[in-house]
Design a protein around this ligand. Structure first.
Ligand SMILES: Nc1ncnc2c1ncn2[C@@H]1O[C@H](COP(=O)(O)OP(=O)(O)OP(=O)(O)O)[C@@H](O)[C@H]1O
Ligand SMILES: [Mg+2]
Length: 424
């Protein structure tokens, strides 16, 4: 099945028309966000319409009830359309879930007998080649993300357009998803009469919104810990080299607290947000708080230290899973910028600090930037994906290509040197 124009694979498509609205929907496990933005005369993005609804019919990033999910998407879109005073245009749609896989692939094309300037079309042809991998009938390609190019024998080129050569090879990351999961999500959007311009892997969108250029260039792990999943994207040399969706998120924290302290789920979530900490040692042993409970009383006194112990255990679990995936990727010695945590759970008090202490890596909380808004406060890490989708739409590319030079030898040496300081 061909589902619309899935995945804008090349970094080199035409610029969008100025002042045209860019629309995005982040269908998260806990909330659905719809945004309508304008590109102003200074080429800056400004949100003019926003809608946010609690998610329904989703579990761990995938649709499990199309009727509920469709209705929730429709309500978020309606809010956005009303506040913007204009309809949604074809939109950028985030996709996640543990059905997503990434694999490496290479594609090579002849550029010309006499050696000529490489064009955007050549890079697209090379990417098309990289996409010709054998896939089971129940999987589809969502993105082909170029990591680096080789021209003849010259490796590590980030932007080959305009350079000379005979043979162009791309090293790409091919991101695939289960066709059924992709189709279910797409249908929920289509059933609201909306058109999809592009499907975008959520951690790639989040990375655009929260990472800075140095982090992306030197090496960083972006981790978006949402309600249902923890999405990992490893960036090196300005490109996402590796992505993994881990099936654990904030819902697990909430469930642990609800079970451990015997209270209804919404009370547990509210308690975590207001009084939660991942560092029990920082909470006074006698600190207590009144909270909801099951049973006739409906109230109980909770030790904040005990709450922090429950959250610490789950945070530890998430951290172990992240570390395992980073090590499995083979890039663990190549991330001098450490980890940037984003998504709702990044706001858990002490989570970043605990991660920093444990890994001895730099760890910071990533808040979305690059989009202005007077209709909704987008500064929370929860909005990383939604903001990133707008930026994706504006750039019409996978990654900004900053340095057109081939990787200089000195950069390799710095990376090797830095490796000595990063725990293996
Ligand atoms: N201050 C906070 N402390 C701890 N957890 C928080 C805090 N604020 C939000 N959360 C948790 O963050 C999660 C929601 O994060 P987010 O909005 O990024 O998820 P989502 O995008 O809906 O889900 P996903 O990306 O996994 O599909 C919820 O589990 C919520 O309980
Ligand atoms: Mg999310």
């Amino acid at each position: 099945m061909k589902i619309l124009n899935i995945g804008r694979e090349s970094a080199n498509e035409p610029e969008p028309v100025a002042n045209e609205a860019i629309c995005a929907i982040d269908v998260g496990t806990t909330k659905i966000v719809a945004l309508i933005a304008e590109v102003d005369d200074n080429d800056d993005l400004r949100v003019i319409g926003a809608g946010r609804m609690p998610a329904q019919g989703l579990r761990r990033g995938v649709v499990v009830n199309t009727k509920e999910a469709t209705a929730a998407i429709g309500q978020a879109v309606e809010q956005a359309v009303q506040s913007a005073g204009q309809p949604m245009r074809p939109l950028l749609l985030g996709i996640s879930g543990s059905h997503i896989n990434a694999m490496s692939s290479k594609g090579a094309v002849a550029v010309g007998r006499n050696g000529r300037n490489i064009t955007t079309e050549d890079t697209q042809r090379a990417l098309e080649q990289a996409k010709s991998v054998a896939l089971p009938h129940n999987r589809e390609i969502i993105h082909a993300v170029p990591r680096s190019y080789t021209i003849d024998d010259q490796k590590g080129i980030q932007d080959p357009v305009g350079m000379f050569g005979y043979r162009l090879e791309v090293d790409a990351s091919i991101i695939t998803g289960a066709s059924s999961a992709v189709a279910n999500l797409v249908h929920c959007v289509h059933d609201n009469g909306l058109e999809i311009e592009d499907l975008v892997l959520e951690p790639l969108a989040s990375g655009l919104a929260v990472l800075n250029d140095d982090e992306r260039r030197l090496g960083v792990a972006l981790v978006d810990v949402g309600g249902g999943t923890s999405d990992l994207a490893i960036y090196l040399e300005n490109a996402p080299w590796h992505t993994v969706i881990i099936d654990v998120g904030g819902d697990h924290f909430t469930r642990d607290v609800a079970m451990g302290l015997r209270m209804p789920y919404p009370k547990a979530e509210a308690l975590i947000k207001q009084f939660g900490s991942a560092l029990p040692g920082h909470v006074p042993a006698d600190a207590e708080v009144r909270s909801g409970a099951f049973g006739e009383e409906g109230q109980q006194v909770v030790s904040r230290r005990v709450l922090a112990e429950i959250l610490n255990a789950r945070a530890q679990d998430v951290l172990d899973l992240i570390l395992r995936e980073v090590k499995r990727s083979g890039y663990d010695g190549l991330l001098p910028a450490g980890i940037v945590l984003t998504g709702g759970v990044a706001q858990l008090s002490g989570f970043a600090e605990m991660s920093r202490d444990q890994l001895q890596w730099p760890v910071r909380v990533g808040r979305p930037k690059g989009v202005a808004s007077s209709v909704i406060d987008l500064s929370s890490p929860e909005y990383a994906t939604a903001v990133g989708l707008l930026l994706w739409g504006k750039r019409h590319e996978v990654e900004p290509v900053i340095s057109p030079e081939p990787l200089p030898g000195v950069f390799d040496r710095i990376i090797k040197w830095l490796r000595n300081f990063v725990p293996q």
